[in-house]
Design a protein around this ligand. Structure first.
Ligand code: PLZ
Length: 455
């Protein structure tokens, strides 16, 4: 068990509402913001944060909110984990930047050593460090193209890979990610995912994989494909857990045709799903893994790790960037990685699943708008529909998320149709706080279900 963040930081791990949400100070900041921050940048909850610790955020009005989003799966080790904070402070005092491409430093090497050790497979590995998940995915494609000499990239329906030009092309959902931002990068081909709730009843993972493979072979041609890029559990697209057998079948097909199998573990990685990486669940060993988010306890860091012969196929100077593997971010990553291992945070993710899932399933029996409860570890979701149908109900999901926020519990939504409520608590969240937050979520869901309750 992780040490109690309350004991470590002094910010009580308790929900506390002093004002309405958002409070007057947050509203004043929203007014300032509107005059200077681009309208294209949105915030789900207009509550301005003053401090954070463990699984709570304190806003500028003194309200303490329970964070079931972890800044979109980033602060898995807890917000401002003291070990991360200390590592950041010490490194910042030593030096903040040199540029690894100019004058290198040890922590970059140490992060690559940790990635080689922790990512699936015990083959020889190399890594490159960058700044964001999108940049990691984009570099994985660069590496795969250079190593194979092929152009085409296959991605799945419902995929989210980022907001750069190439990763926009790889992302499925047009609104808000792509509308008006084209033309997009070419040679990106989309095939169906495995989506058990919406696939034909009884479709196996192998059958879903065959459906995707057949399309890729007919419409692209296996020998033209450099890489297939897959989120092992689809994140932004709706926390869609593929049917068992789907990922191994895709990986086997890729191997048979010299296609680089890339796991985008940006959201699923670092203990989130109850394993260090989501691919571990079915023993899938990707050729390349893209990591970001949880790697550095809240500091911006990302990377690509994979087979030495693929990474080393890129000519010297072909990979890099000014800030990639920044020393402060690397110091934070080493501290965070130590916490994942020392405190068995993958075990904590499984503890969270064991505590939440039965309650969500019980809720789903009473609330007709819940079509499915799914996920793994501390990456769990409810898909919201019009009762008795599979028609997505984004308005209801949004209503529930807002009702939770009004009571001091931050719950994010996601999904191709925006109709999925997702739970991504920090892995250090205590049982009491989790129960409290779940009670709020249950109340909010039930409040909308007067006409929806099943007998
Ligand atoms: N791959 C699987 O989940 C980021 C996006 C939030 P960056 N997901 C959160 C938003 O609306 O911008 C993500 C992901 C997967 C890649 C990315 C991209 O990671 O660090 O946001 O670039």
């Amino acid at each position: 068990m992780a040490p109690d963040p309350e004991v470590r930081t002094g910010l009580a791990q308790r929900r506390q509402l002093l004002t309405e949400i958002p409070g007057p100070r947050s509203r004043a900041l929203a007014e300032r913001r509107a005059r200077v921050v681009a309208a294209g940048v949105s915030s789900t909850f207009p509550v301005y944060v003053a401090r954070a610790s463990g699984a709570v955020l304190e806003d500028v009005d003194g309200n303490v909110l329970v964070d079931l989003g972890s800044g979109i799966a980033v602060t898995s080790v807890g917000a401002s984990a003291p070990e991360v904070v200390a590592a950041v402070a010490a490194q910042a005092a030593d030096f903040t930047h040199t540029c690894f491409m100019v004058s290198p430093y040890e922590s970059y090497v140490a992060v690559c050593e940790a990635l080689a050790r922790l990512t699936p497979g015990d083959h020889e590995k190399r890594s490159v460090l960058v700044n964001s998940g999108a940049e990691a995915v984009e570099n994985a494609v660069k590496i795969a193209r250079r190593a194979t000499g092929r152009d085409a990239v296959v991605v799945l329906d419902h995929a989210y890979h980022g907001r750069t030009n190439l990763t926009m092309a790889m992302t499925a959902k047009a609104m808000p990610y792509k509308i008006g931002f084209g033309p997009f990068a070419g040679e990106v081909y989309r095939v169906p995912a495995s989506y058990p709730l919406r696939d034909p009843v009884g479709m196996t993972g192998e059958e879903a994989a065959q459906r995707a493979i057949d399309l890729a072979q007919r419409q692209v041609g296996a020998d033209r494909i450099a890489a297939i890029v897959v989120e092992p559990i689809v994140g932004e697209g709706g926390f869609i857990v593929p049917a068992r057998g789907f990922l191994p079948a895709l990986a086997a097909w890729a191997r048979a045709h010299g296609i680089v199998f890339v796991a985008d573990e940006v959201q699923t990685g670092f203990a989130r799903t109850g394993d260090m990486f989501a691919c571990d669940d079915e023993g899938v060993v990707p050729d390349l893994v893209a990591v970001a988010k949880g790697i550095a306890g809240g500091m911006p860091l990302a990377g690509v790790t994979g087979r030495a012969e693929l990474l080393d196929a890129v000519h010297s100077g072909g990979l890099g960037g000014t800030f990639g593997g920044n020393p402060v971010a690397c110091a934070a990553a080493l501290a965070a990685i130590d916490l994942y291992e020392r405190d068995d945070l993958a075990g904590s993710a499984r503890r969270i699943e064991a505590r939440i899932l039965p309650r969500l399933r019980e809720l789903a029996r009473r609330v007709g708008s819940i079509a499915e409860v799914r996920g793994r570890g501390a990456m769990l979701a409810l898909e919201i529909v019009r009762p008795g149908t599979l028609e997505p109900d984004a308005a209801e999901a949004t209503r529930v998320a807002r009702a939770c926020a009004a009571q001091g519990v931050l719950v994010l939504t996601c999904g191709t149709w925006g109709n999925v409520l997702r739970l991504l608590p920090p892995l250090v969240i205590g049982d009491d706080l989790l129960d409290d937050a779940l009670g709020v979520l249950a109340g909010a869901l039930a409040a909308g279900s007067e006409f929806a309750a099943r007998p």
